[in-house]
Design a binder for this molecule. Structure first.
Ligand code: NAD
Ligand code: AHE
Ligand code: ZN
Length: 375
């Protein structure tokens, strides 16, 4: 297949909120600096649902969504030296070129090399897509497009992993689990003994809880409007639960009262700007830090009284939990192989690619943490 167009199945999003269509898609060979990957497993993340819903200002249609996956390199373009056909890999929506201003700064995991192209749904070389259906181009998504049996990505977006790792599990390290752990370890740097609040107990929020437990947090308070999440959350380290629906007072006040003045760290893992405000305002005066992990819709803005910051609260955000993708994804896979982090426990459903619309529905209805699709 090397050097040839591959025709395979992919789930195409033609329009916002319309069911994805399983199509025969043509996938062009990788050009210089590109890698074509046979995707074997992909999970669905809430961000896929968000872009599909039309609320993402970067959302382009028609496109192939998906960014939490694992597979095997099928072929590589000219000049690609870090991976070769047969390597087991995780595609990474946050690239790591190790050469740009961002990568060299030592201050961030963001990479500038291909971000403009990935945001425009195309590849850097020619600003075109490698996907088409009957000659009509289909946009890439987040530089990954994993809802396809084959995808083409930039070489700076490929993490080579231990070939012994089960791809149908470690695909989750391509986004949700890594993001939650990293938000705690890299972005907030939670210390032992800290009091932590986690807003939203989906996969990202539960991974925050897991990371906080590993960091030695003394209390991990989980907040969700869906009480069904509480039972399972205990297994991830959540020690107390609050359902905002059970309280008349604003949720930030409930938390301040519960914690003698506020929490040391809070994490918003929903994408709701009023919850982001509450997450900041439930932080302790003088030092409490709130990390925004959730992705909010186009047009949404955050607000609070500046006095909240003047009096020492800190507002931060995180992308992919601050992990440098090509460096840290293989490291996270090793941690999983050594049973130091959970992954299997987040997988509540397994389905096939052609059941993707049902999987999307489940994720949104809250009946599922992660659904892994076999391709
Ligand atoms: P999810 O849908 O599985 O989980 C969200 C949880 O929030 C659900 O349990 C839901 O019941 C709860 N919730 C909804 N509204 C609430 C409210 N008002 N108060 C309390 N709880 C509420 O989603 P997920 O896949 O875990 O992703 C969570 C968020 O993180 C999404 O916004 C996603 O786009 C974002 N995300 C960001 C990054 C990043 O790098 N920053 C990475 C992955 C995901
Ligand atoms: N396109 C969206 C932004 C989406 C967003 O913030 N994405 C996160 C990852 S979510 C993964 O589930 C991220 O890493 N952002 C940094 C980046 O470079 O995109 C919008 O609202 O414009
Ligand atoms: Zn994601």
């Amino acid at each position: 297949t090397q050097g040839q167009v591959i025709t395979c199945k992919a789930a195409v999003a033609y329009e916002p909120n319309k069911p994805l269509v399983i199509e025969d898609v043509q996938v062009a060979p990788p050009q210089a600096g590109e890698v074509r990957i046979k995707i074997l497993s992909t999970a669905l993340c809430h961000t896929d649902h968000y872009t599909w819903s039309g609320k993402d200002p970067e959302g382009l249609f028609p496109c192939i969504l998906g960014h939490e996956a694992a597979g095997v390199v099928e072929s590589v373009g000219e000049g690609v030296t870090d991976v070769q056909p047969g390597d087991h890999v995780i595609p990474c929506y946050q690239a790591e070129c190790k050469e740009c201003k961002f990568c060299k700064s030592g201050k961030t995991n963001l990479c500038g090399k291909v971000r403009t192209a990935t945001g425009a749904g195309v590849m850097m070389n020619d600003l075109k897509s490698r996907f088409s259906v009957n000659g009509k181009p289909i946009y890439h998504f987040m530089g990954t497009s994993t809802f396809s049996q084959y995808t083409v990505v930039h070489d700076v977006s490929v993490a080579k992993i231990n070939p012994q790792a089960p791809l149908e599990k470690v695909c989750l390290l391509g986004c949700g689990v890594s993001t939650g752990l990293g938000a705690v370890w890299n972005t907030a740097k939670v210390e032992a003994g800290s009091v932590v609040a986690v807003f939203g107990l989906g996969t990202v929020g539960l991974a925050v809880a897991e990371g906080a437990k590993a960091a030695g947090a003394s209390r991990i308070i989980g907040i969700d409007i869906d009480s069904k999440k509480f039972d399972v959350a205990k297994n991830f380290g959540v020690t107390e639960f609050v359902n905002p629906k059970d309280h008349e007072k604003p949720i930030q006040q409930v938390l301040v009262d519960l914690t003698d003045g506020g929490v040391d760290y809070s994490f918003e893992c929903i994408g709701n700007v009023s919850v982001m405000r509450a997450a900041l305002e439930c932080c302790h005066k003088g030092w409490g830090t709130s990390v925004i992990v959730g992705v909010a819709a186009s047009g949404q803005e955050i607000s609070t009284r500046p006095f909240q910051l003047v009096t020492g609260r800190v507002w931060k955000g995180t992308a992919f939990g601050g992990f440098k993708s090509r460096t840290h994804v293989p490291w996270l896979v090793e941690k999983y192989m050594n049973k130091e982090i959970k992954v299997d426990e987040y997988i509540t459903h397994n389905m096939n690619l052609d059941e993707i619309n049902e999987a999307f529905h489940l994720l949104h209805e809250g009946g599922c943490l992660r659904c892994v699709l076999a391709m």
